[in-house]
Design a protein around this ligand. Structure first.
Ligand code: OAD
Length: 240
């Protein structure tokens, strides 16, 4: 099979695609999630109680991101978008990642479900702004001038992911769904494969190890994203 048989491809990425770029996953052996502090920090109530601590954590992650480069998997997704441009096949890229490695690789119109490290959100006026510097509890909102109201624009525990309507529409329309580097343990993203499949899409999992949803997928391939993603994309574009 190749892309000419499909009208709309939805690609979902998770932390696994950025692991080889040096960004730790959440649930792997080097996962951030094993550190209880991270679970404590990713909550709106923690930010209300201790904004300095939350800012310090995300400032460090933002700084780390400046040194990180996209790997072959990010680059090949950008290549696929270029190849499909101008063809009748549409591509929608949805990521759970808050890094900017898809954008650094050249992919356009990336849908960030869980927000972005390089964005700040004002809790007073709800405006969002590019943020490529440290935030503190003294930072001033460029829109409403409030001091101390800027937070990392990240979807924390108990908050609703962004762009769900747009993603749901794409899932109902797509005839190919590809999940890359995600454990399938965080909803609603973990359920996207079911929505796509119930609507007739062919479903593919590319991951290091089987996700919690592995049995649902029509086709699976396990290995490093930098290897299996380019291989799958080359076959999808050029045929076997
Ligand atoms: P996880 O850390 O839960 O899962 C990472 C997945 O990537 C696992 O299935 C690994 O097997 C796989 N993986 C690791 N290294 C890989 C590699 N080199 N190549 C391919 N796959 C690899 O990350 P997510 O599923 O993205 O939410 O986690 C989902 C959400 O959980 C995150 O977006 C985060 C967290 O709560 C928020 O921050 C809101």
């Amino acid at each position: 099979m190749n892309y000419t048989q499909f009208k709309h491809v939805v690609v979902l990425t998770g932390a696994g695609i950025s692991a080889e770029s040096g960004i730790p996953t959440f649930r792997g052996q080097d996962g951030l999630w094993t550190q209880k502090e991270m679970e404590y920090l990713a909550r709106p109530e923690t930010f209300r109680k201790d904004p300095e601590k939350v800012h310090a954590f995300y400032n460090q992650r933002r700084l780390d991101l400046k040194q990180s480069k996209p790997n072959r998997a990010h680059n090949h997704i950008a290549y696929m978008q270029d190849e499909l441009a101008g063809s009748p096949t549409r591509m929608t890229l949805v990521t759970q990642n808050v890094d900017d490695l898809h954008e650094k690789a050249g992919t356009k119109d990336v849908i960030h479900l869980h927000g972005e490290l390089n964005s700040a959100l004002c809790i007073k006026c709800q405006s969002r702004m590019i943020c490529d510097h440290d935030l503190t509890d003294q930072s001033v909102c460029k829109n409403c001038q409030s001091q101390g109201a800027l937070r990392p624009d990240i979807v924390w525990f108990g908050e609703i992911p962004y762009h769900l309507d747009e993603v749901q529409k794409a899932l109902l329309q797509c005839d190919m769904f590809v999940s890359i580097g995600t454990s399938g343990s965080v909803f609603p993203a973990a359920d996207f494969v079911n929505t796509a499949k119930q609507n007739g899409a062919f479903t593919v999992e590319l991951n290091l190890t089987p996700s919690e949803n592995a049995k649902v997928f029509d086709h699976t391939n396990y290995g490093l994203a930098s290897q299996i993603v380019p291989n799958w994309i080359d076959t999808f574009i050029h045929g076997p």
